[in-house]
Write a protein of this length. Structure first.
Length: 316
């Protein structure tokens, strides 16, 4: 008999895992998600993606403001789960919650632990230019992603992949890994492996300022920042007083443009023909492909490059 599962998750990343458990006929006794939050330009209260799936499937949905309250712990005890499964819930579970399920609590984490513990592993592996990553399913303890490892799955990162795409890939990878991992863990076929804490790195939460471009950096470094911060907080720069978000880019490989940029101050527009606005960097040139001003909509640079001129400066 499969364990009674309480699922805890909030964003799109967690939806495939819950869906997979439902497809595999795991008994889901309830779902916990973060409270509805204002979203969009009109700031309408919006049910998070996991909450929407729970409601669509008629599952009990809890959205506590305070997961450390006695009332919330009592609600979980009433549901009587054998196992808690979390995926991007967004909060560290306190000891009294972790102690409730008799089989323990599992978490799907979007990195190859102990690398990139924390809130933003997908974004930081791209910002750092990693060429591979993966997912880890681990036993939860009171630390931040410090528990024993049950399963890991590696995947290569394509050079042109952005954070939103990598998130979808890893979400599905974790979902596919989850049912067999649970079955093997519950049956005793899996021996939890302690993490080597000396190898741990941290993926700190992103801030809006994380996306600020420093043009003295190399084109490759800037490109990785753009990939890793899309869609939030987004890489940005300034042209005069105008703030520009950069959604899509590529490292320039055109020898004529690279030659024309030689000796230019980093941040200088060195070409605005064709499909890109090319900007000199501390090393190399980056082609901006899709941008957006604070007051405008996303635009392909081929459609707005006429608004820029050679020698114009972009400033971080």
């Amino acid at each position: 008999m499969r364990p009674r599962v309480l699922f805890m998750g909030t964003p799109d990343f967690a939806v495939p895992a819950l869906q997979r458990l439902l497809d595999e006929a795991f008994p889901i006794v309830g779902v916990v998600s973060q409270p509805d939050r204002p979203r969009g330009r009109n700031l309408h209260l919006t049910v998070p993606p996991v909450g929407r799936l729970a409601e669509a499937r008629g599952l009990p949905l809890l959205q506590p403001e305070n997961i450390r309250s006695k009332a919330f712990a009592d609600q979980i005890r009433v549901l009587s789960p054998d196992l808690i499964v979390t995926a991007a819930y967004g909060r560290i579970l306190p000891a009294d919650i972790l102690a409730i399920p008799k089989l323990g609590s599992l978490n799907i984490h979007a990195s190859l632990l102990p690398a990139y513990r924390g809130a933003a592993p997908i974004q930081w592996c791209l910002i750092n230019g990693d060429t591979e990553t993966g997912v880890t399913i681990m036993l939860m303890d009171e630390g931040m992603d410090t528990g024993d490892i049950l399963a890991r799955q590696r995947v290569d990162i394509p050079e042109e992949m952005y954070a939103d795409q990598l998130s979808r890939l890893l979400a599905q990878l974790g979902a596919d890994l989850l049912p067999q991992t649970i079955d093997d863990f519950v049956s005793g076929r899996l021996e939890p492996q302690p993490q080597d804490h000396t190898l741990a790195t941290t993926a700190r939460m992103l801030k809006r300022e994380t996306g600020r471009i420093v043009w003295d950096e190399s084109a490759r470094t800037i490109y990785n920042l753009i990939r890793g911060t899309y869609p939030w907080p987004g890489a940005f720069t300034y042209c005069g007083k105008k703030r520009i978000k950069i959604h899509k880019a590529r490292v320039c490989t055109d020898p004529d443009i690279i030659s024309a940029a030689a000796g230019l101050e980093p941040g200088t527009v060195c070409d605005c023909q064709g499909d890109a606005i090319s900007v000199a960097c501390g090393e190399g040139v980056i082609d901006l492909l899709e941008i957006q001003t604070d007051s405008g909509k996303k635009m392909q640079c081929r459609d707005c490059s006429h608004n820029y001129r050679l020698g114009q400066m972009m400033e971080g």
